[in-house]
Design a protein around this ligand. Structure first.
Ligand SMILES: [Zn+2]
Length: 154
């Protein structure tokens, strides 16, 4: 009777240890599965998703490049020629209201990239909207000559 109790007590202790090991192993297994699924999802992105990311990468322009382009083009729109200096000459401080943008000369949709500073130019926002993704500076200038506003396009 006494020895029977002793054995029962001993096997209880082993049972607890075995249960703990199983629980820890289960937790580790769950963590591994979750980690693997996360990695799989990262690599198993669709073709469209990869293309979108690639385009987003080429669209990106570094802030330092942006400033360099604006300095190089002397804060002047390369299509219509409006500039900060011109507006400031009309009225002190008016140039600050000119919204200048850095444009991809060859658009991202046509394979251009924002990494090449020679593919970037300073445009006012109106000319940039007119230009869109498919027109050249010359084509936009012709639209302006004909008096066609960007709102008439597309
Ligand atoms: Zn312009």
């Amino acid at each position: 009777m006494f020895s029977f109790d002793d054995i029962t007590g001993g096997s209880d202790g082993i049972f607890i240890v075995v249960a703990l090991v199983i629980i820890i192993a289960a937790i580790l297994l769950v963590l591994m599965v979750v980690g693997f699924r996360y990695k799989w999802q990262k690599y198993n992105i669709s073709r469209e998703e990869r293309l979108m990311r690639e385009v987003a990468g080429r669209r990106r322009i570094r802030v330092s490049d942006k400033n360099e382009v604006l300095e190089r083009d002397n804060y002047t729109c390369q299509i219509c020629g409006i500039s900060k200096d011109y507006l400031d000459s009309l009225c002190e401080g008016l140039g600050d209201y000119l919204l200048l943008e850095v444009d991809h000369i060859q658009s991202v949709s046509q394979g251009g990239t924002g990494d090449d500073i020679d593919n970037l130019q300073c445009l006012c926002w109106r000319c940039n909207r007119k230009k869109g993704g498919y027109k050249t500076n010359e084509e936009v200038r012709r639209l302006i000559d004909y008096g066609i506003d960007y709102l008439d396009q597309d």
